[in-house]
Ligand binder design. Structure first.
Ligand code: SAH
Ligand code: SF4
Ligand code: F3S
Length: 455
């Protein structure tokens, strides 16, 4: 579905006089962040200016519900805005994204947060301008359930904040139904964007000077499964590789069960695909993996990870959940065992969070919260013990990177990330920003490396 905004001129005209400011509060994953860039693009195309947390008129909350705590955060923030509404300030509130796909959230907003103006689910950008127009011009305030989670919206304006790296969604939704996960229920089924749409977006970005592209999807390597003609994720990568000006291609997240040899070959033979692969493990125990509906075993995961590590200079990152319902100590130790064997450069660790409506929510769970926290701490400790050794392997070597800008803490120092996604700090000046340079690594400092530009 092509994005058409019939309210653009009307709201632009209103904004010529009223100069309304917008503020977007984004929770959740990179896909939500990408959606927020599109919402920003929509706002700016209608003459809204970017404001801040305190001085804006339209507040858009792009919500996440993958874990428990986000709900309280949202309702806390809404409470703060209520005062400004009561004081008759020109303030509008819109809530979009994953959380609003859930019935109980809609009920709660209808009952206790009636000052909210717009509520929309996922993939609802096409109707956002109309709702905004009605709220601002006609004073309509409506909480209605519109399910567009199976639609695919093209040609939505997008406003990137970075100058050199950009994210591009290639597939929406998820068909995997991992037993703990709410995403398939709130994001709908898998829909792959047409290759020509993706390629044309990236070509445009390359022309504008973007050098690094992050391809996004809940399961990027099932890209194309919904096409009639064969066109796969590895084929897409090969086509993106041909685009002049793009230096680094990243993607997340691939699912281990769909990581086949053709993809490994394409990565091996590519000079642009990042030497960093995110390979979500979730658990290192085969029985738990089965209960999670992940469709691979401990051994299959290790063998895939080690195969990927054979590619020179590849680093791996992963997601791990501790404390899945009734996970035993031994089962948790299997996770530690995989972490020891694979040696991840980055681990995103989560305590299992019960999500109503998922299969795991009905499973019995007798592990205490304290036990779960303890497991998380032990996992963290093991990870931090491995990291210096992995970083040390990079010392003395030279890596290509894009100079992203000044380091936050020191005016003379600049930063960039290697293809392995390691942050490097080095001396440079403003003329280097946006350029691709070679940096020799001098020392490692756990969360970053120090280096020197080679001239
Ligand atoms: N599609 C991606 C990411 C999904 S959400 C993937 O499959 O990797 C990001 C991460 O949140 C997941 O990888 C998982 O580790 C974590 N997560 C999802 N549901 C969770 C839950 N109920 N409790 C705790 N962590 C969860
Ligand atoms: Fe959730 Fe699994 Fe889909 Fe990832 S692959 S979004 S964890 S159901
Ligand atoms: Fe959260 Fe939705 Fe992403 S639930 S993790 S924002 S897909």
């Amino acid at each position: 579905m092509k994005f058409v905004n019939s309210y653009k001129e009307k709201l632009k005209k209103y904004n010529d006089e009223h100069k309304l400011k917008y503020y977007i509060d984004t929770m959740g994953c990179q896909m939500n962040e990408n959606d927020s860039l599109k919402y920003a693009g929509i706002f700016e195309s209608m003459g809204f200016e970017k404001g801040d947390e305190n001085n804006s008129n339209v507040y858009l909350f792009n919500t996440c519900c993958v874990r428990e705590n986000a709900e309280n955060t949202l309702f806390g923030r809404l409470g703060m805005l209520k005062k400004r509404k009561i004081n008759n300030e020109e303030v509008y509130i819109a809530i979009v994204g994953c959380m609003t796909q859930q019935e109980h959230i809609l009920e709660k907003i209808k009952k206790s947060y009636r000052f909210v103006d717009i509520v929309l689910g996922t993939s609802c950008m096409s109707i956002f301008p109309e709702k905004l127009y009605k709220a601002i011009i006609e004073g309509e305030r409506k909480v209605e359930y519109i399910d567009m989670s199976n639609s695919l919206e093209e040609e939505v304006p997008i406003k990137y904040e970075d100058k050199y790296k950009a994210s591009v969604s290639i597939i929406y939704g998820c068909n995997n139904f991992c037993s703990y996960c709410i995403v398939p229920y709130v994001r709908g089924r898998e829909r792959s964007r047409k290759p020509e749409d993706i390629i044309s977006d990236i070509k445009k970005l390359a022309k504008e000077g973007y050098k690094e592209i992050m391809l996004l999807g809940q399961n990027v390597n099932s890209y194309g499964n919904d096409f009639k003609e064969k066109y796969t994720f590895p084929m897409l990568l090969q086509d993106i590789e041909k685009i002049d000006g793009i230096e680094i291609i990243r993607f997340m997240s691939p699912h281990p069960k769909d990581f086949k040899d053709d993809l490994i070959e394409v990565i091996k033979n590519s000079s642009k695909i990042a030497r960093q692969i995110h390979l979500p493990l979730q658990s290192g125990n085969t029985e738990i993996l089965k209960k999670m509906n992940r469709k691979y075993t401990k051994e299959e995961y290790i063998s895939l990870a080690l195969k990927l590590k054979e590619i020179p200079d590849v680093s791996l990152s992963t997601d791990i959940i501790v404390g899945f319902p009734n996970e035993t100590e031994q089962q948790f130790e299997d996770t530690l065992d995989v972490v020891k064997k694979v040696e991840f450069d980055q681990i995103y660790m989560f305590i299992y969070s019960k999500r109503n409506g998922t299969v795991a929510a009905k499973m019995e769970d007798e592990i205490t919260y304290e036990q779960k926290v303890d497991r998380l701490e032990r996992l963290k400790k093991l990870y931090e013990e491995t990291l210096p050794k992995l970083n040390a392997r990079m010392v003395g070597k030279t890596y290509k990177l894009i100079v992203e800008g000044k380091s936050k803490n020191n005016d003379k120092l600049y930063t960039g990330r290697t293809s392995q996604n390691k942050v490097v700090i080095f001396e440079a000046d403003d003329s280097y920003i946006g350029k691709v340079v070679n940096v020799k690594i001098d020392s490692e400092h756990l969360w970053y490396l120090k280096g020197t530009i080679e001239k």
